[in-house]
Design a protein around this ligand. Structure first.
Ligand code: ZN
Length: 280
């Protein structure tokens, strides 16, 4: 049977600005509109950050997240994932504050950053206490953690602090992030090493940063994984050409994936593939 590949869209993130790409969505309406277009192009999951509608700066305000999620849920039936990392380096939030939108809004999934690192010039702090706390809370809330790993050591963190500790029943969903300054560099050998460190049954996607988004993502697809595209990680459609919409990036990924002989997962198919905790 043709394998179904899940495309996640990350339309906004916390770092890019309209100087990087004037088409970056900022308000709840803009983010929902971009999400709907990405959904129509083949995305079945949206990874969400919120922005202050007046300043465009990242915010952890639960009400802004609430408006975003409501607008998205109105626009399309896509699987929702909320960040718990976006406020760490840019806003200096505490772990509890970073968890607030997840507690209040119960998305299908939330990111769980699986270790501490230098993220560019900033310290991105996710100690074992935080990893355990988030895994426990997300289990209770029935929100699937997506373990964001930026290096091999972070897979070991998940295995030691969560899997071996029995906090959460496997399988787990991972993002293998390649190309953040301070994280593992984006090479095929590195991706292979990350993929080989996962456990049988785990589901995973590749997040390639910048120009590595599509090549690394497609390599991930060939290795049996899924991929994420969107302005959070890359604002260019091709060298020197800004994407007009996140949907452009989804369309490009979907076209290549289909050419390689795979199919694109619908939302229902993605729900069946991912180890979501809010089934039934
Ligand atoms: Zn994010």
């Amino acid at each position: 049977m043709t394998r179904k590949v899940i495309i996640t869209v990350a339309p906004t993130g916390s770092i890019p600005t309209r100087k990087d790409n004037p088409n970056l969505p900022i308000t709840a309406e803009e983010i929902a509109d971009e999400t709907r277009r990405a959904y129509e192009a083949g995305a079945s999951v949206v990874h969400l950050h919120a922005r202050d509608p007046d300043t465009g700066k990242p915010t952890s305000d639960v009400e802004v997240f609430r408006r975003c999620l409501a607008a998205i849920r109105e626009a399309c039936p896509i699987i929702t994932q909320v960040t718990t990392g976006g406020g760490a380096t840019t806003l200096g939030l505490s772990p509890e504050e970073r968890l607030m939108p997840v507690k209040e809004l119960r998305p299908d999934s939330a990111s769980l950053n699986a270790g501490s690192m230098n993220f560019g010039r900033s310290l991105f702090q996710n100690t074992p206490d935080v990893i355990e706390l988030y895994a426990q809370r997300m289990k209770t809330l029935k929100v699937m953690p997506e373990f964001e790993v930026y290096d091999l050591s972070m897979i070991q963190n998940v295995d030691y602090w969560v899997r071996r500790a029995g906090i959460l029943d496997p399988p787990y969903q991972f993002s293998l992030v390649l190309g953040v300054m301070g994280g593992i560099p984006p090479t095929f050998k590195n991706l292979l090493a990350l993929q080989e460190s996962l456990q049988t049954g785990d589901t995973w996607q590749v997040i390639g940063i910048g120009r590595h988004q599509i090549p690394m993502g497609v390599m991930g697809v060939l290795l049996g994984g899924n991929l994420r595209v969107g302005f959070e990680d890359n604002v260019y459609l091709s060298k020197g050409v800004l994407a007009k919409s996140n949907a452009d990036l989804v369309e490009k990924a979907a076209r290549i994936i289909r050419e390689l002989g795979f199919a694109i997962a619908s939302v229902d198919e993605a729900r069946a593939i991912l180890p979501l905790l809010n089934h039934g």
